[in-house]
Write a protein that binds this ligand. Structure first.
Ligand code: FAD
Ligand code: G3P
Length: 611
């Protein structure tokens, strides 16, 4: 199914000549999850994304589909219940993406440890119970100190008391986004990247009925009319809600930055994803995860007030993570110069624990100033000097102070929120990638209700638990052998086995479409046949428009195969320039953008300062 620069242009034209049932602002996992359900349910749907799909948080995660076992410590049972049950659902609808990859959690006897062995066993049993895997081969188990060291001989033995293993899944976050979006496009959604919602349109009753959008490539602005509009802009959610607001600005979001670093697995080798306390008594835990022949680890969790589109890795982030990992793997001695790639992302947290799916861990004490303010306000009210609203506002401040002061970033809810503003704008924010489908389902029920009551348009919501994403037309119980069959098809088309298997693993049931390109394409100059076919598939059917789109989001090349990348930057850019008919200036601009992204991922500036 074509999903390219041309379809983008046609989508922009069509978005202007009709009134949609639903316009989605934001093409990360949240927007993608709404788009697939809306289009599959028959709504006339549009989605606009101001950058590339998944260029926000949804390509910058820890790349897990997981329940978040550490949230149990904050009694965030509802979030864990949602996410741990959704793991299996996501694996069912996107079988070629999340892979079961049991997590090893070493336990150390140290102050403020998240878990001791007893608490870990309780947490893992609850985790499995919520996921329904208690009586299966995937059920959790505890390990002795010796068993942990046998698996991970490099890990620090001092203070280690044992560990646990429980089911979680690895993930390709950006691919999960694009496969949802491709399926929505296949089902008729009008989708365009690099289109930004700049302001809202309103009807006579002051209700939002569309947006003024800007094509970020041409600079042109145009109107999109829609009966309902949903804001799925993640960390940008407040900015979008406030687009036309002069005052009473909404401040719901509390973005926190999380950083990951990647080293070659010759530096640290773990047999499976590993998750442990930082050892700093700061309530944080850090993942160390094998991917390709690399090991990546993270994350930090710090309040962020910078440019939402451009969170960067700082020396402080590097020092924090290297200190933790070098402490846990004493022989590793990793320095910044060992870091091959990195990424920084922003959690779209909901401040004040206002997330709807549970009341996040909040054990804060009331601040003195809030307490004094409340008492004096009540006193004035009793003397008829102030109103009830003043008292309610003082109480509201108490909740904020309790939740904000007490909750450091890692204690803030990872739950989601669904809000409908007075002007009719729907906002779906927060949550995790793992529960994107469930989040979208909740929003879609509200949207279908609005279309029914306000527009007398009836829709039946698709069963998204069984509706596969693009590339997901596979038997979830038999994925490996089905992918093997696809790989054989690639070999018949002239690819070597390794390349054919790579294409099958990445593109799932779309692999035959990639292989079929061999009938019209041969290896481009400086590229293998595999890279040529993959590149053309991403340009023709995944709306890859730039080399960064290709290297960072359609493939993970930049992050996990960095050492082979430098030889490919020019051939890939040349082939894109030929296909898109770029001028020399356009080509140079794309090369410059790629060089800047690489320098940032390589931590070039920090390394130079560290010499
Ligand atoms: C460090 C880190 C690790 C994480 N690890 C995991 C994990 O392993 N597993 C997990 O389940 N979750 C994880 N999460 C959480 C998860 O990544 C996020 O909850 C999720 O990606 C948020 O997706 P989103 O679509 O809401 O936001 P985003 O992915 O940020 O998408 C919002 C999109 O809206 C676009 N946009 C903004 N304004 C406009 C506008 N005006 N017009 C058009 N488009 C606009 C942006 O460009 C952006 O692409 C992690 C988060 C972080 C930061
Ligand atoms: O939000 P945290 O602190 O659990 O960090 C995100 C994890 O790295 C993966 O979900």
């Amino acid at each position: 199914m074509r999903f390219s620069k041309d379809t983008r242009q046609r989508a922009i034209e069509k978005l202007q000549d009709r009134t949609l049932d639903l316009l989605i602002i934001g093409g990360g996992i949240t927007g993608a999850g709404v788009a697939i359900q809306a289009a599959a349910s028959g709504l006339e749907t549009g989605l606009i994304e101001m950058q590339d799909f998944a260029e926000g948080t949804s390509s910058r995660s820890t790349k897990l589909v997981h329940g978040g076992i550490r949230y149990l410590k904050q009694f965030d049972v509802e979030v864990v219940s949602d996410t741990v049950q959704e793991r299996a659902v996501v694996q069912q609808i996107a079988p070629h993406i999340p892979k079961a990859d049991p997590m090893l959690l070493p336990v150390y006897d140290e102050p403020n440890a998240t878990f001791n062995m007893f608490r870990l066993k309780v947490a893992m049993d609850l985790y499995d119970l919520l996921a329904g895997v208690s009586n299966s081969p995937l059920a959790n188990k505890t390990l002795t100190k010796e068993e942990v060291l046998e698996r991970e001989p490099q890990i620090k033995a001092e203070g280690l008391v044992g560990g646990g293993q429980y089911l979680d899944y690895n993930n390709n976050d950006a691919r999960l986004v694009i496969e949802n979006i491709k399926r929505a496009n296949q089902d008729g959604a009008l989708v365009a990247s690099r289109v930004k919602a700049e302001s809202f349109l309103f009807n006579d009753e002051g209700q939002i009925n569309g947006v003024v959008a800007k094509d970020m490539l041409s600079g042109e602005t145009f109107k999109i009319k829609a009966r309902t509009v949903i804001n799925t802009s993640g960390p940008w959610s407040d900015l979008v809600r406030n687009l036309n607001k002069e005052d009473d600005q909404i401040q719901q979001m509390r973005p926190t930055k999380g950083v990951h670093l990647v080293v070659d697995n010759s530096k640290i080798k773990v047999p499976q994803p590993t998750y442990f306390d930082t050892g700093l008594g700061d309530g944080r835990m850090v993942f160390v995860i094998p991917r390709e022949n690399k090991t990546y680890f993270g994350t930090t969790d710090t309040d962020y007030t910078g440019d939402l589109a451009h969170p960067t890795v700082t020396q402080e982030d590097v020092d924090y993570l290297l200190g933790i990992v070098n402490n846990r793997f004493p022989e590793a001695n990793i320095s910044i110069h060992d870091v091959e790639s990195s990424w920084a992302g922003l959690r779209p947290l909901i401040s004040g624990n206002k997330a709807s799916d549970y009341n996040g861990g909040n054990n804060g004490s009331i601040s003195d100033e809030s307490f004094e303010h409340l008492i004096s306000t009540v006193g004035s009210y009793l003397n008829k000097e102030t109103t009830r609203e003043d008292v309610e506002e003082a109480i509201g401040q108490i909740e904020t102070s309790t939740s904000e002061k007490a909750n450091d970033p890692s204690a803030v809810s990872r739950g989601s929120s669904l809000d409908i503003d007075d002007n009719g704008l729907i906002t779906l924010a927060g949550g995790k990638i793992t529960d994107y489908r469930k989040m979208a389902e909740g929003a879609m029920k509200a949207i279908i209700e609005i279309l029914s009551t306000q527009y007398q348009k009836q829709f039946t919501l698709v069963n998204s638990k069984t509706y596969p994403v693009s590339g997901g037309e596979l038997n979830p119980a038999n994925v490996d052998s089905e992918l093997e069959t696809f790989a054989q098809l690639g070999v018949k088309r002239g690819l070597d086995k390794a390349d054919a298997s790579y294409i099958a693993r990445v593109f799932g049931s779309n692999a035959p479409r990639v292989f079929n390109l061999v009938t019209t394409l041969e290896a481009a100059e400086g590229l293998s046949l595999r890279d040529t076919l993959v590149l053309h598939y991403t340009m023709r059917e995944e709306m890859a428009l730039t080399p960064v789109d290709y290297f960072l989001r359609r493939t993970n090349h930049l992050l996990f195969m960095r050492e082979t990348l430098d030889d490919l930057t020019l051939p890939i850019t040349n082939e894109m320039a030929r296909y898109f008919e770029w001028s020399e200036e356009e080509k140079q601009a794309h090369l410059d953008e790629l060089a800047a992204v690489l320098a940032e991922s390589d931590l070039k500036e920090l390394k130079e300062n560290a010499k």
